[in-house]
Design a protein around this ligand. Structure first.
Ligand code: PLP
Length: 392
């Protein structure tokens, strides 16, 4: 039947069955819905009686490939790719609380927006929030009774505290709480929290996993127990990642272990050199034998890589001096992120922890003179030379 231009414009060339070829990378599936062989199959797929795709808020083949990849990296059961790291943090907490008491016990050393999502999103909905020093197991034991969710970061932002995930998992489970770990700073190269008892692991994919500063994304990796609730909530409120971002994240992840190895080695060299620099008051780095969590670090982190973030305090520097230091950097990029191929500095006071109330910020140890460096893949000598000339 001859079709006119209006019909051809909508249908011609489209909706072809793929042939026998397999593309070497997963294509970007932009379709918002998917056609099944017949309506009966659509009924089974929509009812989740058989695997398949029906609607992109539920599942998308590009996202599914990314989810399978990160599930494999974390040794999990299944994952949900989200539109940002914060969307992942939020839905992980919502999943944990779905059929549990509405109380979150959260490490007091965490990313500023995680403080924000608990204080400004969950608290007004009636969720109780208790902040705890996650490295003090007695304090954790006192806080967990009545909690539905315990939340911590593997290596905390920005002071790089390392809590005993395995011990916190035992305490959380004994209290009936679901244990969520944000592992953005550590990545599965350093630690796999599900193997240590966590129920869900969260990543800001924006950071090391994607790694090139061109993707905003997040992911929750779950054990079998919580996976259905996670996907059920996602189908209902749809915090999912777009397929373009999924594609970029997958491309980034292929080189993530190589980048991470180099970035960790660079960070270690930079931390050692900065510790000897007379302009520096204090360096925070997990490989430091004097680190307050050294025993846990020895027990849980591998021997070589200890993360690619170095946080330091500049001697006697106020906010104006810190801003001048950032402006003097020529190679290291001053931007609100971490984990990219290029080295980055971030001043927590004006960015990551800007909205944290000053008293809580002081309790966290975030001072006016504190700055966070994310080591990139450049030559360590060049990064150091740039830091040194800006400090001089
Ligand atoms: N978790 C940690 C530890 C982070 O540092 C960040 C962002 O810096 C996030 C979560 C949020 O990630 P996103 O910016 O992708 O929402």
């Amino acid at each position: 039947m001859a079709q006119d231009i209006f019909t051809k414009a909508v249908h011609a060339g489209d909706r072809k069955q793929p042939g026998t070829y397999i593309p070497v990378t997963t294509p970007i599936y932009t379709a918002s819905s998917f056609i099944c062989r017949d309506a009966a199959e659509l009924d089974r797929v929509a009812g989740r009686e058989e695997p398949g795709f029906s609607y992109a808020r539920y599942d998308n083949p590009t996202n599914a490939a990314l989810e399978e990849l990160v599930t494999a990296l974390e040794n999990g059961f299944g994952s949900l790719a989200c539109s940002s790291g914060m969307a992942a943090v939020q839905i992980a907490i919502a999943t944990a609380l779905n059929s549990r008491p509405k109380k979150v016990v959260c490490a007091d050393a965490v990313y500023g927006a995680t403080v924000g999502v608990l204080e400004r999103f969950f608290k007004p909905l009636g969720v109780a929030v208790e902040w705890v020093d996650i490295c003090d197991l007695d304090a954790v034991a006192k806080a967990v009774p009545g909690a539905g969710c315990v939340l911590m970061e593997t290596i905390s932002n920005p002071l790089l505290r390392v809590g005993a995930i395995d011990r916190v998992a035992e305490l959380a489970h004994a209290a009936g709480a679901c244990f969520v770990v944000d592992s953005t700073f550590a990545t599965p190269m350093l630690i796999r929290p599900l193997e240590l008892g966590a129920d869900m692991v969260v990543h800001s994919v924006t950071k090391y996993l994607a790694g090139h500063g061109d993707v905003l994304g997040g992911i929750v990796v779950s054990t079998k127990e919580h996976y259905e609730t996670l996907r059920m909530l996602s189908r209902a409120y749809g915090p999912v990642l777009g397929p373009f971002e999924s594609y970029l994240a997958m491309r980034g992840i292929k080189t993530f272990p190589l980048r991470m190895e180099r970035q960790c080695a660079n960070a270690c060299r930079i931390a050692t050199a900065l510790a000897q620099n007379p302009a520096i008051e204090r360096v925070y780095y997990p490989a430091d034998p004097a680190h307050p969590d050294a025993a846990t670090i020895r027990r849980l982190l591998p021997e070589g890589p200890h993360g690619a973030i170095v946080t330091f305090e500049v001697k006697g520097a106020d906010k104006a001096a810190m801003l001048r230091f950032m402006d003097r950097l020529k190679l290291v990029v001053s931007a609100t992120t971490l984990g990219d191929v290029q080295s980055l500095v971030l001043y927590p006071l004006i960015s990551s922890h800007r909205d944290v109330p000053p008293a809580q910020r002081a309790r966290m140890g975030i001072k006016e003179s504190l700055i966070r460096l994310s080591a990139g893949i450049e030559s360590a000598d060049d990064i150091l030379a740039d830091l040194e000339q800006a400090l001089a």
